[in-house]
Design a protein around this ligand. Structure first.
Ligand code: NAD
Length: 486
């Protein structure tokens, strides 16, 4: 594996890399070794100011282009992401620790899909003609919001950067993106590529920093919209701060999603779904189906097959294409997950497999499965964000639906069954924004993605995202004589 070209400075503003070493240094740690591979500096107030004024200056001109022109640049950037997929995937692996086997098919490629999809859609964004009485009519104009702020989590840094940039730019907005301080590198490469593809300076800026930099961006009156991918506690703060300025928001937050396995399910497919929904990216996926409800009759065969399959995981150097399971993103996240494993044991769950740190450099935990989990246990209620599956058992559909929905979260939910009617009845009953039948965690750009309840507001991807990056202006046109009472 060749080491990819690293970004050359901490921030990308107004079409170029910008450094300000007065900002707090943030070490970038490669989680497979625990070694520092780079340093970025948190944005100072001067950097935040530079980014906001660059975005403000550039936005009007961008919105005034035709959708076809904007879309062409996004689609060119999509092609460049695909052409450079190898290097970008290696960088994503260094940034997150996720195995190259995953990053080479799920990160820059998913970012490219978003840029291609919204690039194609840019030219189709129009208003509506509304005929009214007496020959009058109205029309709507679909207009950009202005300057959008994107704030990212650390699990999918390239994907999150693109999922927010693509619809924002397609609609004629400018964006300032703040990556997670844990994974600051990939978004800079996205910025570099967008500009190489022809994006005018100032329209996609990346600034680094912790929560306070995010908060400074959200609180600035020149910012019109905030899209956060993060945890529920951060979502509460950001939503509240955005409300002060009545700003538009998209909140992609955490979850504790249910995955139901009925006794008529294809057992191997259900085990695959549970593996994908708990151990992909070492379990660091917001929509994971971490409460796996298995119907009693197939509980032991399910656990046996699951253990057999988990024993086949190739755990090791994430840059080795054979590796299928890598480290946690950081030592801090590993410790949080270890705390949950200890709670699972303390509260009486049965450890089926895993549970330990792996004896090698870096932050590796074994894929872990608990059975005999009950609804009140901490590991069944709180988002763990690591490779820990909680298996619960159930008798019948009514009972499991009530238990599946008994959570404050509502990001995703899945069902494995061969009974078509039951599958659709069950998803209709799920209190969740993104549902799966006989699969788990697919997130194609064509399908809306997002949560209900505490898991979020708004949708990413698909035509639905356009609603969250544009606004309607209504225009009444009077053709008939206008009368007034006096
Ligand atoms: P986090 O909430 O700690 O941080 C998210 C981002 O918010 C970071 O960039 C952080 O610097 C920033 N931030 C923190 N405080 C802020 C403030 N007051 N104002 C503005 N910005 C602030 O989340 P994390 O630990 O990076 O990521 C894990 C969480 O993200 C999990 O809960 C996971 O479920 C969620 N997530 C959700 C989705 C989704 O699409 N629904 C996707 C990935 C991750």
């Amino acid at each position: 594996m060749t080491y990819p070209t690293q970004p050359t400075a901490s921030h990308f503003i107004d079409g170029q890399y910008v450094e300000d070493t007065a900002g707090t240094p943030i070490p970038v740690i490669y989680s497979a070794t625990g070694k520092q591979i780079a340093t970025v500096h948190a944005a100072t107030p001067a950097i935040v100011e530079q980014a906001i004024s660059a975005a403000r200056r550039a936005q009007d001109g961008w919105a005034a282009l035709s959708g076809t022109e904007r879309g062409r640049i996004l689609r060119r950037a999509a092609d460049m992401l695909r052409d450079r997929n190898h290097d970008l995937s290696v960088l994503e692996t260094y940034d997150t620790g996720k195995p190259y086997q995953e990053t080479s098919v799920a990160d820059a490629t998913s970012g490219a899909d978003a840029l291609e999809y919204f690039g194609g859609m840019a030219a189709t964004l129009t208003g509506e003609h509304i005929p009214l009485g007496g020959g009058d009519w109205a029309y709507t104009r679909r207009e950009a919001l202005g300057v959008c702020v994107g704030i990212g989590a650390w699990n999918y840094p390239t994907q999150i950067a693109c999922w927010k940039a693509a619809p924002a730019l397609a609609c004629g907005n400018a964006m300032i993106f703040k990556p997670s301080e844990t994974t600051p590198l990939c978004a800079l490469k996205v910025a570099e590529i967008l500009h190489e593809a022809g994006l005018p300076a100032g329209l996609y800026n990346v600034v680094q920093g912790m929560g306070e930099v995010g908060a400074a961006l959200v609180g600035d009156p020149r910012v019109d919209k905030v899209s956060l991918t993060g945890s529920v506690p951060t979502g509460r703060k950001v939503y509240a701060a955005a409300a002060q300025g009545m700003k538009h928001v998209t909140m992609e937050l955490g979850g504790k999603s249910p995955l139901l396995v009925f006794d008529d399910a294809d057992l191997d497919a259900a085990v695959s779904g549970a593996i994908l929904g708990n151990f992909y990216s070492s379990g660091q996926v917001c929509s994971n189906g971490t409460r796996v409800f298995v119907q009693k009759g197939i509980l032991e065969p399910f656990l046996a097959r699951l253990s057999e399959r988990l024993a086949q995981a190739v755990i090791g150097d994430p840059l080795d294409p054979e590796t299928s399971f890598g480290p946690m993103v950081s030592e801090a996240q590993m410790k949080i997950v270890q705390g949950y494993i200890a709670k699972g044991l303390d509260e009486g769950a049965r450890l089926v497999t895993g549970g330990r740190q792996i004896a090698r450099d870096g932050f590796y935990l074994e894929p872990t499965v608990f059975a005999d989990v009950t609804d009140d246990m901490t590991i069944a209620r709180e988002e763990i964000f690591g490779p820990v599956m909680a298996v619960l058992s159930f008798d019948d559909e009514d009972e499991v639906m009530a238990r599946a929905n008994a959570t404050e979260f509502g990001l995703a939910a899945g069902v494995f069954t061969r009974d078509l009617e039951r599958a659709h009845r069950v998803v209709a009953g799920f209190e969740a924004g993104t549902c799966y039948i006989n699969t788990y965690n697919d997130a194609p750009v064509e399908m809306p993605f997002g949560g209900s309840k505490l898991s979020g507001v708004g949708r990413e991807n698909s035509k639905a995202a356009i609603e969250h990056y544009s606004q309607l202006k209504s225009v009444y046109v009077r053709m008939s004589p206008l009368e007034a009472p006096f």
